[in-house]
Design a protein around this ligand. Sequence first.
Ligand SMILES: [Zn+2]
Length: 102
Amino acid sequence: MSMPRHLVSGFHPLQQAEAGTAANVHDKASEIDPGDELVPHVTHDPDSGLPWPDPTAPEPDFITLAGYLFEAAAEATDGCLVAPAFICRHGHPSWLLRLGVI
Ligand SMILES: [Zn+2]
């Protein structure tokens, strides 16, 4: 099954923070540990702008998310199994969509 990439490539965050003033940016080396970072949830469908329901299933860890991409099948936020870029019949997006991975 081929994925309709055009459906997911035009993602735009609905709420973009105002660009900070460049004068306040310090050049410092910071180590980024994805395991400790809190991933902000995407709470609205980027295409329709409609809000997604709150997750009813526990958030999967990073390794599980990577597995979803590899397997081309993902768990939705209510536990349904869906294609990675899709929303289940109950209106819950895959965790990959919810967490802005794709
Ligand atoms: Zn569902």
